[in-house]
Design a protein around this ligand. Structure first.
Ligand code: TH1
Length: 822
């Protein structure tokens, strides 16, 4: 992007000369480097520290804390955050990109090369963690005092390499080169207990009290990362907890001559925040995971109480000062922990504490997948958190008494509503705890929020219909358009004015240009340039050559059966066979791009990766195909790579079995960047289609209702195989071993489809192929395609995370953003 006055930031008035001086000072004073000997990484650190100074200045004033009446603050509790590289995003938000470029250029340093040095914090698996980061971006942008609380994993999501076509996991050492963005706050450290037992005592008023005597204490050290907002004087804070040993325990064991035990304790404590569990939408029944959840929930609540005290308020005012959002059930144990802090530590009465707790929390459900719904064996829970189990049982007893009183004679409700699952071995159901302990429960797209009420939390929706609501997810247009797609951004600013990154509904001004031939030509030029940029990266990373004029058909997301990457692959292979049979077949050139990580223990997901690389090996160099089809598996899909992929997509694949994808957010990112969607009526696809118009969206497949019907009546995948020649030939082709590796290689995947097909891939194959046929037809008319592409972008205003955050503020948190809405 060319700026008119690159020597000075229009917004902050900061001059290139100031940046240059601060950069040189940091290089010398913070890093101890002579400019002549500084490496590219030193340049990165020095610029990061320079920019951090600007951001922290804003931060200190937005968390001044000296207001006469403190605002209610938002605490977003999330086990995952995926912020992506910070530096370029801050420069954009502060309006300093061109100034910094100029400053570095005067020292003969290329800003882009400096940006390349940053290691992104991969502290999340996928959509859930990225959503948390989009929300912090928007909280800072709309001006809400907020803290995103989470875990400072030493090792985030693994780096993915592809070797011999298979995924290989490499440890993510994101901290190895130092992290210039975080500020350690020793004063905010809190201790967290585990295990032990509880005992009763009587207070001065003769009341029965309980205290918890943990067996082990772990220290949580706070690390703050400032998150800037777009054109905003506010920042949000991401406060992540790192576990450490408490010195007291070390010394005790040490003094008793038990050195091994002291060391073991230290290692155990430090292990707590060591590594992110790499499963997306899947429960980990591991004790360490529960420890992580409690650790960060407890540290965060204690931190809120500490801040409350600094503000001169007492624990009885907790809910007036803090709105706490539970990002899925991962922090749901916070409900019990706040109760414990209020009644055991601050000695409030149960009823008052319970009122405060329910006025504090709200809970977002992100999935209906049974294998993702968290439940903990009651014994494990009680051993690790004995006091919390007591509190949960008390919450449950009181809750079920209320139910009995309200619905006499309807005892069937009790077992279904109970926080404790008693069908067989007993479990604590975390979604039930989150629901009972919150004033509001929301789903993440309209369809999903309805399904939450009809399925996993149906019994709760019946007794508390007013508790349930929807807030459709959103994405930040700063990172995913302004930063990722500078070519498009320039065009958007000319057509819709420069304010669109903060007021995304302004994009509707583009509508008028959808029929303008000149504008369309520019639009297509931008897309082509983005595709060329991605094509270069693909060649660099995989050696595969692709044609930027071909249709870029993109499916990037975690690899999961419910997302049905294998449906896409069956279609690709059916096209391949079609061309092999009839070289004159009318199939426009396409490049199929896959990206995404598979959970290391998820065998079928890894098979799906292998079959996509095998398809590439087979097709890409086949002379009969002559480059008409290319299949790419782009390794290590992460936020940085995503910023190259989304802007280059012509077609966005959103093909999950209906009812399974709670929302999806990649769907929004691609449509916003002018991709057309081929998709089912699932998650936010439904609303995207409504927004962009059904004629600009390729719909196919069973609806969520039809899927449930099939599930009830039973289905017969083999019938589809037998009745659909194209499908049968494609499956037989895979089974024959033609993809290499012998005929047994993909047997598990084939058997799964033919015998079970839990996500109805075969049932939707025909409809998907027909929708793909419509895609090909529209693609052959570039003018019509460009029109639909422009209309997609123009009509995506609703999907800014600023809109989502304003809804949370107004309807759930009851806080007023500093910046008025559009
Ligand atoms: C995802 C959902 O699958 C996706 O549809 C949604 O857009 C996104 O959350 C944001 O709302 C989820 N990710 C996880 C990860 C874990 C557990 C549950 C979910 S749901 C570990």
């Amino acid at each position: 992007m060319k700026s008119k006055s690159p020597n000075t930031s229009l917004r902050t008035g900061t001059k290139a000369a100031e940046i240059r001086q601060a950069f040189l000072d940091h290089l010398t004073c913070s890093l101890g480097r002579l400019p002549a000997y500084a490496s590219a990484h030193d340049h990165y650190l020095a610029l990061a520290l320079t920019v951090r100074d600007h951001v922290v200045h804003l931060g200190v004033s937005s968390f001044g804390g000296k207001e006469s009446k403190p605002q209610r603050r938002v605490a977003y509790l999330s086990a995952e955050f995926l912020p992506g590289p910070h530096l370029a995003n801050h420069l954009l938000n502060l309006g300093l990109s061109e100034t910094a470029r100029k400053a570095l250029a005067s020292l003969d340093i290329d800003l882009d090369a400096v940006l390349e040095q940053e290691e992104e914090p991969g502290l999340g698996n996928g959509g859930l963690g990225r959503l948390a980061s989009c929300y912090l971006d928007s909280l800072a942008t709309v001006g809400v005092q907020s803290i995103g609380y989470g875990i400072r994993y030493e090792f985030g999501i693994f780096d993915q390499q592809i070797r011999d076509g298979w995924q290989v996991e490499i440890t993510d050492k994101w901290l190895h080169g130092g992290n210039p963005w975080e500020i350690h706050r020793p004063g905010a450290a809190r201790d967290v207990g585990f295990g032990g037992h509880t005992e009763s005592w009587t207070d001065d008023f003769g009341r029965h009290r309980v205290r918890w005597l943990p067996a082990i204490t772990v220290r949580g050290e706070a690390y703050d990362t400032p998150i800037s907002g777009y054109n905003s004087d506010h920042i949000a804070l991401m406060r992540l907890w790192k576990s450490e040993a408490t010195e007291s325990f070390d010394f005790e064991a040490f003094n008793h001559g038990n050195y091994d035990r002291a060391v073991e304790q230290k290692v155990d404590s430090e292990n707590l925040s060591k590594v992110l569990y790499p499963n997306d939408s899947f429960r980990h029944g591991k004790e360490l995971r529960l420890k992580q959840q409690f650790f960060f929930s407890s540290c965060s609540l204690q931190d809120m109480l500490r801040i409350l005290e600094m503000q001169g308020a007492g624990p009885e005012n907790f809910h007036e000062h803090w709105a706490v959002q539970l990002n899925d059930t991962h922090p749901a144990v916070a409900v019990a922990e706040l109760m414990r802090l209020l009644i055991d530590v601050h000695l409030l009465a149960w009823d008052q504490a319970w009122e405060i707790t329910r006025a504090t929390f709200s809970y977002t459900n992100h999935t209906l997948l049974p294998e993702a719904l968290e439940k903990w064996p009651i014994d494990l829970f009680g051993e690790l958190l004995p006091r919390h189990l007591e509190i949960i049982l008390e919450i449950n007893a009181r809750f079920l008494d209320e139910v009995r009183a309200a619905f006499p004679g309807e005892d069937w409700r009790i077992a279904r509503l109970s926080i404790i699952d008693e069908n067989g071995p007993r479990y604590v159901r975390m979604a039930h705890l989150a629901c009972v302990g919150s004033h509001t429960v929301n789903g993440v797209a309209e369809l999903h929020s309805e399904l939450v009420k009809q399925t996993v939390l149906a019994d709760f929706a019946e007794i508390w219909p007013e508790k349930f609501t929807n807030v459709t997810n959103g994405v930040t247009p700063r990172r995913f358009v302004a930063l990722a797609n500078p070519g498009l951004s320039t065009l958007l600013s000319k057509a819709a004015g420069k304010t669109w990154p903060g007021k995304l509904s302004k994009l509707s001004k583009l509508e008028a240009l959808a029929d303008d031939a000149e504008f369309r030509a520019k639009w297509r030029q931008v897309k082509l340039a983005n595709k060329s940029r991605l094509a270069e990266l693909i060649t660099e990373r995989t050696g595969i050559l692709t044609d930027p004029t071909s249709l870029f058909d993109v499916q990037v997301k975690r690899i999961h059966e419910y997302k049905r990457q294998h449906l896409n692959l069956l279609h690709i292979l059916s096209l391949y066979l079609k061309i092999k049979r009839d070289p004159t077949a009318d199939i426009p050139a396409r490049t199929f791009i896959f990206g995404g990580k598979a959970a290391p223990g998820y065998f079928l997901a890894k098979q799906i990766i292998r079959i996509s690389t095998a398809a590439g090996e087979l097709i890409n160099d086949d002379p009969d195909i002559a480059g008409r089809l290319k299949v790419v598996f782009f390794p290590d899909f992460n936020v940085r790579n995503a910023q190259y992929v989304y802007p280059a997509a012509d077609l966005s694949e959103q093909i999950s079995m209906a009812g399974m994808e709670a929302s999806g957010t990649g769907n929004m990112k691609m449509s916003l960047n002018g991709a057309l969607t081929i998709g089912t009526l699932d998650g936010a696809n439904v609303e995207i289609r409504e927004a962009v118009g059904e004629e600009n969206f390729f719909l196919f497949g069973l609806t969520a209702d039809e899927v449930s019907e099939v599930e009830v009546c039973g289905h017969h995948p083999r019938q589809h195989y037998e009745s659909d020649t194209e499908l049968r030939e494609t499956i037989d082709f895979i089974a024959s071993g033609a993809l290499g590796g012998g005929s047994g290689l993909f047997q598990p995947l084939i058997a799964n489809l033919l015998e079970h097909d839990p996500y109805l891939v075969l049932a939707d194959f025909r409809a998907y192929g027909e929708a793909q046929q419509r895609v090909s037809e529209l693609w052959t008319n570039p003018e019509d395609w460009a029109r639909a592409s422009i209309l997609n972008t123009a009509r995506m205003g609703k999907f800014s995370s600023d809109r989502s955050i304003r809804e949370y503020c107004q309807r759930i948190w009851k806080v007023k953003p500093g910046k008025p809405s559009e």
